[in-house]
Design a protein around this ligand. Structure first.
Ligand code: SF4
Length: 251
């Protein structure tokens, strides 16, 4: 390490104090950045910046004895409290975040969308998923369709949800299942049962629920009407005229 740069601690501290004032604390050491570039570090005593350090970079031109200050900056050290890395909103947005009135345009290079007529990325899939896309400039491509199929199948409309696992029957043979068109019809349909939790939603053929059209409940063991005496509410009623005696008293 260049000796004049290494020894420029007082200069570095003076510049740090110029910026940080009384918040400049103990000297933490020097670090070689380049042949004639050294960074001196000082702890900060500012309670709002625990774990941060003042970092002062000094340098010297080859052939010159003059040490100059390149940079003064407050940097986070190990254990410093720092903000999480910034994530663009387009990567942060989650399914279900969209509220009424919000706009969410797809990215210009959204891999799920392909121009209509040209979705031939995979020969087999193209046969199964091919779509003319009339009146639409783009259609959902193979990637977008497989994405949706995975998401639906692994999620609540799939066969692994608690509802499906306890269902007496599957959507496959349920009268309330409406068929889809296209390749996805091999695996999914739409539930049209007002009493099913999935009414109006896509359901996997091996999904199911207790409102399956062929659900049968054995009622042969059911007793007659059960009267809970303790649940009866007693009310006071006025005597009817028929109940009165000729002298005007209740009978
Ligand atoms: S009622 Fe239940 S079993 Fe029938 S289609 Fe809807 S979710 Fe599937």
């Amino acid at each position: 390490m260049d000796a004049s740069l290494r020894d420029a601690v007082d200069l570095a501290r003076a510049v740090a104090v110029e910026i940080g004032g009384s918040a400049v604390g103990d000297y933490l050491g020097a670090e070689l950045e380049d042949e004639l570039v050294v960074t001196h570090s000082f702890a900060t005593t500012d309670k709002a910046y625990v774990g941060w350090r003042w970092s002062v970079t000094v340098a010297r031109a080859d052939g010159s004895d003059e040490v100059t200050v390149d940079d003064v900056v407050l940097l986070p050290g190990a254990g410093a409290l720092i903000a999480p890395a910034w994530v663009p909103w387009s990567e942060r947005v989650q399914p279900g975040d969209l509220a009424p009135g919000d706009l969410l345009p797809p990215a210009p290079d959204d891999p799920r969308l392909v121009p209509a007529y040209t979705d031939t990325t995979d020969e087999l899939a193209a046969a199964a998923f091919w779509e003319l896309g009339l009146d639409r400039p783009r259609v959902l491509g193979l990637e977008g369709r497989l994405d949706a199929a995975d998401r639906w199948y692994e999620g609540e409309p799939g066969p692994f949800s608690a509802m499906a696992k306890q269902a007496p029957g599957q959507c496959l043979d349920c009268a309330f299942r409406l068929p889809l068109a296209g390749g996805l019809s091999a695996l999914f349909g739409v539930c049209a049962n007002a009493f099913a939790p999935d009414d109006g939603k896509v359901v996997a053929l091996d999904h199911g629920c207790g409102a399956h059209s062929e659900t049968a409940v054995d009622t042969s063991q059911t007793a007659g009407m059960v009267v809970e005496d303790e649940e009866l509410e007693l009310v006071v009623v006025a005597p009817s005229p028929d109940d009165e005696t000729p002298d005007g008293h209740a009978s």
